[in-house]
Write a protein that binds this ligand. Structure first.
Ligand code: NCD
Length: 328
């Protein structure tokens, strides 16, 4: 029997949050609930063998606005798809052509959008904390963080963790290395919170200019040498060098970075046989990863994108239905 709103069941009572702002404040149980719900959406809806539209209208009649103030391909598209797969109406807001360019504040913009009857706002903004401020100001509306500056990117970390869990069947006891531009990565921070809560060991690896000592407070191991850690890592998450966020160039040249930190065929040969290679995307071929590794059998980069839709379906369903419970 394929899933329908009747057979799917009610949202789990244990989930009570109407916003998803980051993984720092979520418990291990809450993260596991999100992952388990995403797993169900992936296997029962996205992989429905009968291909019945791959939809389940659990959020029919609800409206979600995608408020993206920074560029995005994967996150914006997959939040949009996730909302539509759940039967919601999804409105795409174009920040560049909005009244923000006429001097309106983000709170006023959001309140005006809400006055049109919106149930959920998915927001990406370059200023850390913007989703948190909105969540305090907007009543009866769920706020989901799709990346706030260099702070957090919870759904990216959830899809990374789901991809790892699907491959290894567990997170506990695995060693996961985050390689590259740790300093500017919101994905790294959310990954660390999530992975550590679920019992993984995390190593941050990159040039010292991109891996500051402050990250030690998050309980991670450090390495400035990728070659030194290759044989003992189960999962490599290869982060993009985020030139757009850097004020000064943190290393002499891209060529030198690639020589020391690119995951290439030679380095892959020194890894564990079942090593998993992931990357949040967009990838820069030849910088943090070479094409033969990105397209090779150890890479789960496209699988991550599929998991991204499932994770966002879970996040939207849980938060928007919790929002309804709370507002009653
Ligand atoms: C990441 C982001 O925007 O923070 N990408 C993404 O969401 N798919 C990482 C990046 O841009 O490198």
């Amino acid at each position: 029997m394929s899933a329908s709103t009747e057979t799917w069941g009610a949202p789990p009572a244990e989930w009570t949050r109407s916003h998803l702002l980051g993984l720092e404040t979520l418990s291990k149980e809450e993260i596991t609930l999100l992952l388990d719900t995403a797993e169900r959406f992936r296997t029962e809806i996205l992989e429905d063998p009968r291909g019945t539209g791959r939809k389940i209208p659990l959020l029919a009649g609800r409206t979600i606005v995608n408020l993206f103030f920074e560029n995005s391909t994967r996150t914006k598209t997959s939040f949009g798809l996730a909302g539509r797969r759940l039967g919601a109406d999804v409105v795409e807001f174009a920040a560049a052509t909005s009244s923000l360019s006429k001097g309106e504040t983000i709170i006023d913009t959001a309140q005006n959008i809400l006055a049109m009857g919106v149930d959920g706002v998915v927001i990406r903004h370059s200023c850390p904390g913007t989703p948190h401020i909105l969540s305090k100001r907007l009543e009866h509306c769920s706020v989901l963080n799709a990346g706030d500056g260099t702070h957090e990117h919870p759904t990216q970390a959830l899809l990374d963790i789901l991809t790892i869990r699907r491959r290894f069947g567990r997170i506990e006891g695995l060693t996961v290395a985050l390689v590259g531009d740790i300093a500017h990565s919101r994905t790294a921070r959310s990954d660390i919170y999530g992975l550590k809560k679920l019992g993984a060991k995390v190593i941050v690896c990159g040039p010292s200019t991109l891996v500051s000592q402050g990250w030690r407070e998050l309980g991670v191991e450090y390495s400035y040498s990728l070659d030194a850690i290759l044989p003992r890592v189960d999962v490599f998450n290869l982060l993009r060098i985020q030139f757009e966020r850097q004020v000064v160039r943190p290393f002499p040249s891209i060529r030198e970075y690639a020589l020391l930190y690119a995951m290439n065929a030679q380095r892959l040969a020194a890894c564990k046989k079942d090593v998993l290679i992931i990357a949040p995307g967009p990838i820069n071929r030849g910088v943090e990863i070479t094409p033969e590794v990105a397209d090779g059998p150890q890479s789960a980069i496209l699988d991550q994108v599929t998991n991204g839709v499932a994770v966002r379906m879970a996040a939207l369903w849980l938060t928007l239905t919790a929002g309804q419970k709370n507002s009653k």
